[in-house]
Structure formats: C-alpha cells, structure tokens
Ligand binder design. Structure first.
Ligand code: SF4
Ligand code: SF4
Length: 434
C-alpha cells in the first residue's frame, strides 16, 4: 500500500511570510532562563550543576552517556537557582536547570574553536557543540553524520524549504548568514567525503535562491534546487524525493539511499561553531500571528520564556485565542507563556479569537481527499475508523506509524475531521499495545 511517494501529494497553503524582510533582532537577556534537559530525540541529559553554582555562557550544564543524546549548555552567565522537574509544552515532565542571569554574558573558558583535522575529530566536535536538528525534529546531529554505511552516502541535502506558513527564521538565516550556510555545508561535505550538496529552497523565496546561486556559481558540487512551494516540501522524505529523485523505502533512513539531510540553520550554526567554539546557546525564532503587535525575527538565548519574546514584539494587540510553539501545521498549542524556548523551536505564533476558531467537525463523506493529500499514501479516514473501533491490527495494517503528523489530511478534509489528533492517539494505542 505505501510504496512510492507521489510528487503531487501535499497541499497548497497560504504562505503568510509577513516577517521575511524583518532582519533578526537580538532579544535582551532575560532575568532568568529555564533550560530543559530534554531538547532532543533520545535520552534526556542529567544536570551537571547544582543550586547556587555560578555558570557562564557555553558551559556544559547537562550530559548523558547514551549514544543518542546531545549535551546542553548554559545560554547565559548567572547563578543556578533551581534544578528540578518542569512540565514541557508537549505535556511531558523533564528535568531543567533554572538560571538567574547576571546580564554580563561572561563566556566560559571551555569555549575555544575545536581542533578538527579528521572525520573523527569533526564528529567529536559536532557532538560537543550540542547541535541537534534545528528544523524541528531535534535529532542529535553527530549521530546523523556518522551512519554505519557512510561510504555509501554521496549527497548532503540541505533543507531550506521552510514550507510552514508564517515562519521565516530559516529564510533570514540564508539572507543574513549565507556565507556560514555554505561554509557549514562545505565542512560537512569535506569531512564526510560527499560528492554533492543540494540546497532545496521553495520557489516562494526567489531572493534566497538568487543569493545562493550567485554565491555558488562555479562550484559544480553545490546545487541550489528551486522547489515548488507546496507543503510539506521540507519533510525529510519529500525533500529527498524532490531534490534527488530517490525514494526512502518504508522503515529505512535517508542514509540507506545515500543521502544525509540537514537543516539550513544547522549547517550555518556548525560553521560558526567551528570558527568560535561557542556551542548551541541561541536560537533564531519568528514571532508572528494576528494577535502579535509587532511581528519580528529574534535571536534568543535558549531557555528564555516565550512571554519575553512576545513582550519584545509589543505584546498582544488583541486577546489571543491560540498561542503556538511552531508553525500552524505542526506546532503545539500552549496554555502558558512561561514555557522556555528549546533548541528546535523556530516560531512562536499567536492568533486572535477569529483566526483561532476551530471549524465544526461533520461526518466523513468518504471523498478521499485526505488520501490524496497524504505524502505517504496513508488512508486517514480508514485509520480514524480503525482507531474508533480500537482495532489495533487494522491500525498496524494501515501503517499509522508512518504518519509524520504533517496535517495535510486534516487541512484537505472538507468535514474538518481531527485526523492528526486521531493519528497521534492511534500511534499511542499501538505503542501501548506493544
Ligand atoms: S498527518 Fe499523517 S496521515 Fe495526515 S497527511 Fe500527514 S502523514 Fe499523512
Ligand atoms: S477528507 Fe475528510 S471527509 Fe474526505 S474521506 Fe477523508 S476524512 Fe472523510
């Protein structure tokens, strides 16, 4: 049933890239940051500091001995005032370090450019940098860059599609840090010995495409691919298909078809890290939506409460009906404004009551639009039926586990069925059954 991606799948969404010309502003250092020990896929870190410790910018404050993990660094200088459990925006509890800032931003002595002369030293440096996929997934980058079959990988695919409406933080990375984007890509290409780099950018960003093409003219190993602006163009398997023509088989990884995918902000960060040794302590975030007074792009210390970002953007111009961490298609709605910015947060969106209204759900009319919209040929209407019946075997058969929760099916559904939520719960049902 799920065999090959169809290039036509996905949905046309309005882009609302209101902040594309907003240069990144630096958020003033907040009074305190709350740095979660779980900011990546894999094992959360254990705090390595205790209450009353004084910390500096770039100092390691959380580590894990697990293979799939990434160290956490302090984004500020100041005093640790709490090491406890917090509730995260995804509803999970995790350990966190709260630091009262001294606003001096003293840099830790450990922050020096790494010495990198070989593949092994490169991977070690990537690991020490704390880098995880900055496009949303949060997978530790050093693991991604060292697949078992590295000798069979020939292509680095840079995800600069930024297909979610409203978000422009990756676009600003290209426009403001293009040299770092290309240098980061070249470093990965060099140390992993890859033949080709393809930077995939949606065609609704002509200035970014022109800039990257101009800067790579004469370098045959780097291609800038202009991709149709169709959501979810930036989803890993969709991007690989549209840039290389390769299909990642079910249950396989990009490396199995010779590709490694990195987000454009991740390669830009890597370039800066190799030059300065400053680990991942800040994040570029778009703040926008109909309830935000002055939408902006901000560079913020990781761990900053989202309230600070909203305040810096002039606060709410009207009572918000919904606040999202992330984009309107895949973001998480939050009910509090003290949640901290994480490594993989790329947007805070707030919408007024009108834009937040959930349309009324009506019965499924079996139109099949959800199937046509799904990039993986899943059958959301049948999944919903199986979930309601508690039919675990059918859910397995329908491969609900392949659902990446992109939201295309729900977007396309004329009956406004809550298909993503159902898929999420159905996946949980399968896990619990296991
Ligand atoms: S949310 Fe899941 S089922 Fe719906 S379109 Fe996306 S991948 Fe397909
Ligand atoms: S798009 Fe909506 S109404 Fe149409 S088949 Fe799918 S769930 Fe049913």
């Amino acid at each position: 049933m799920v065999s090959k991606l169809k290039s036509l799948h996905g949905v046309k969404v309005k882009h609302f890239k209101n902040t594309e010309d907003c240069s990144t502003e630096i958020l003033p250092i907040p009074d305190r940051v709350v740095i979660s020990m779980s900011q990546h896929i894999g094992k959360p870190c254990d705090p390595t500091v205790k209450i009353t410790d004084l910390v500096k910018v770039g100092q390691v404050i959380g580590t894990s001995d697990a293979f799939i993990s990434a160290p956490i660094h302090s984004s500020v200088s100041g005093k640790v005032v709490a090491v406890d459990e917090i509730l995260m925006s995804n509803g999970q509890k995790t350990k966190a370090v709260t630091i009262e800032t001294d606003k001096l931003q003293e840099v830790d002595e450990s922050v020096v450019p790494p010495s990198v002369n070989s593949f092994e030293e490169f991977i070690q440096a990537v690991k020490a940098s704390g880098l995880v996929g900055l496009g949303g997934a949060g997978f530790p980058t050093y693991v991604k860059l060292s697949p078992k079959n590295l000798s069979e990988v020939d292509t680095l695919c840079i995800n600069a599609a930024e297909c979610e409406p409203y978000i422009t933080s990756d676009y600003r990375t290209i426009m403001e840090d293009a040299e770092d984007v290309l240098n980061g890509a070249r470093q990965v290409q060099k140390y992993l010995d890859l033949k080709k780099v393809i930077i995939g950018v949606e065609d609704n960003k002509p200035k970014a495409i022109a800039l990257l093409k101009e800067m790579t003219a004469g370098d045959a190993s780097i291609e800038v691919a202009s991709l149709p602006a169709k959501y979810p163009q930036g989803a890993e398997k969709v991007l690989i298909y549209h840039t290389t023509g390769r299909v990642v088989p079910e249950g396989k990884l990009p490396a199995d078809v010779g590709v490694i995918v990195m987000n454009v902000a991740s390669v830009a960060f890597l370039s800066k890290y190799l030059k300065t040794g400053m680990p991942l302590t800040t994040k570029r975030v778009t703040v926008d939506g109909s309830a935000i007074a002055e939408p902006k792009n901000l560079l913020v210390p990781i761990g900053t409460p989202i309230q600070n970002l909203i305040d810096f953007c002039g606060g709410f111009k009207t009572e918000p009906g919904k606040v999202l961490m992330g984009g309107p298609m895949m973001g998480i709605a939050v009910n509090r404004l003290d949640y901290p910015v994480l490594k993989n947060n790329n947007a805070i969106l707030a919408f007024d009551e009108k834009d937040s209204r959930e349309p009324e759900e009506t019965p499924c009319i079996r139109c099949g639009r959800c199937v046509n919209a799904c990039p993986f040929n899943l059958m959301p209407a049948s999944i919903e039926k199986a979930f309601k019946a508690g039919n675990v075997d059918a859910l397995r058969e329908l491969k609900v586990n392949l659902c990446m929760e992109c939201g295309c099916c729900a977007f396309a559904c004329p009956a406004k069925r809550r298909l993503v939520m159902t898929n999420r719960l159905a996946k949980k049902m399968l896990t619990q059954k296991k």
